[in-house]
Design a protein around this ligand. Sequence first.
Ligand code: SF4
Length: 246
Amino acid sequence: MRGFDLFTFPPFGFSIVRIAEIFNSLQGEGTLLGTPSTFVRTSGCNLRCVWCDTPYASWEPEGSEMEVSEILGQIEAHGSRHVVLTGGEPMMAREVHVLADRIRETGHHLTIETAGTIAPEGMACDLVSLSPKLANSSPIGKLPAAWVERHEARRWQPGVVRDWMQAAACQLMFVICSEDDLGEMESMVGELGGDIDPHSIFLMPEGVTNETLRERAAWLIDVCRERGYRYGHRLQIELFGHTRGT
Ligand code: SF4
């Protein structure tokens, strides 16, 4: 990792991003599972998934605006080579392109975790973790009809997901609630076209307790073995429970 020097670094003092939290932990999901990483969670999301596990960055966004230099300073202080830009929806954050460029210029490996509803438009990263949302995410009954319609219209945009898949190394993460979701998930993958390696597709059980995850894992594991997908463990729940900053 290259050193970070506030005095010699190119100027970017006016670039600002709204941040819900910055913390260091282990990556709990996907191909980099277990990798020490600094997480930069932006605040704000264009979806309202009913089971969202970070409502403080979506349904009721919290946080404050930080200059890119300040964010980079915190990343350097944590000392991990791997950085994860997550949300909320990080692609909604003003100046996210500037932040991503600076993170990579300082020698970090950058993962972007996005729902794939906003095009990359030149965004550079080392890994994009795409998590398109299935119908099980609908906030129906929890929010007014206008928000439900907005969520439905936005959650699945195959053209945008394809753009991301061409822009960077990627993994596809699907949140699965029941076996009924599998047909929809496979039809979404089919819509993406091409020859997508099932090994790049993770099926993550929905849930924020070990009990729920184990219940869903019981049948999801067999689905993965039979169809070649990867089981999407959620290590952070197992290690820390559903706790902020982990
Ligand atoms: S896309 Fe992610 S952050 Fe946004 S509401 Fe859904 S689960 Fe929450």
